[in-house]
Ligand binder design. Structure first.
Ligand code: UDP
Ligand code: MG
Length: 161
């Protein structure tokens, strides 16, 4: 079996910033062992949001979702690891914060469907497209991290392609 290091995109939404949760959420990713390969603060604009949430443009919540996402700056992060898309979705929890498992980010910090703290890519293909959407090539970093050999076992490291 072969394994691949993949990347995923996370957005810390305006409510995470306003509720002073940025540091705590970033710390959770660090402690889990996810490698931060990109991180910046940006203001989202219509063009980017229409692309990012375009598949919801006919939904009744679309306008409200866009206003919410523009209400404060956001933090966008690109994270790297083995099977990371799935791992981050598990850390994040389901969309509706009030029924998300305790221990997940939404389960611990959100009571809402809309203001649910965080976005995370839901598939490898979407992660790739979303990272391209939010980061220029020179905003993504390829560097050696010293915990790598303890984060993954020798079998996993030998299966990496
Ligand atoms: N959303 C909303 N109302 C809804 C469903 C979703 O405002 O009824 C927002 C919410 O912020 C959610 C985002 O739209 O995170 C994207 O929805 P999706 O179903 O893709 O949820 P996610 O993948 O973020 O869990
Ligand atoms: Mg989604």
């Amino acid at each position: 079996m072969s394994l691949k290091l993949e990347k995923t995109l996370v957005i810390l939404k305006p409510d995470a910033l306003q509720r002073n949760l940025l540091g705590e959420i970033i710390a959770r990713f660090e402690k889990k062992g996810l490698k931060i390969v990109g991180l910046k603060m940006i203001e989202l604009e219509d063009v980017l949001l229409d692309e990012h949430y375009g598949h919801y443009k006919d939904k009744p919540f679309f306008a409200g979702l866009k206003n919410y996402m523009k209400s404060s700056p956001v933090i966008v992060m690109a994270l790297e690891g083995i099977e990371i898309v799935e791992a981050v979705r598990l850390l994040v929890g389901p969309t509706k914060g009030r029924i998300a498992d305790a221990g997940s980010i939404r389960g611990d910090y959100s009571m809402s469907v809309q203001t649910n703290i965080i976005h995370a890519s839901d598939s490898s293909a979407n992660a790739e497209a979303e990272i391209k959407r939010f980061f220029k090539d020179d905003e993504l970093f390829n560097y050696k991290k010293i915990d790598f050999e303890f984060l993954y076992g020798d079998e996993e490291r030998s299966e990496l392609v």
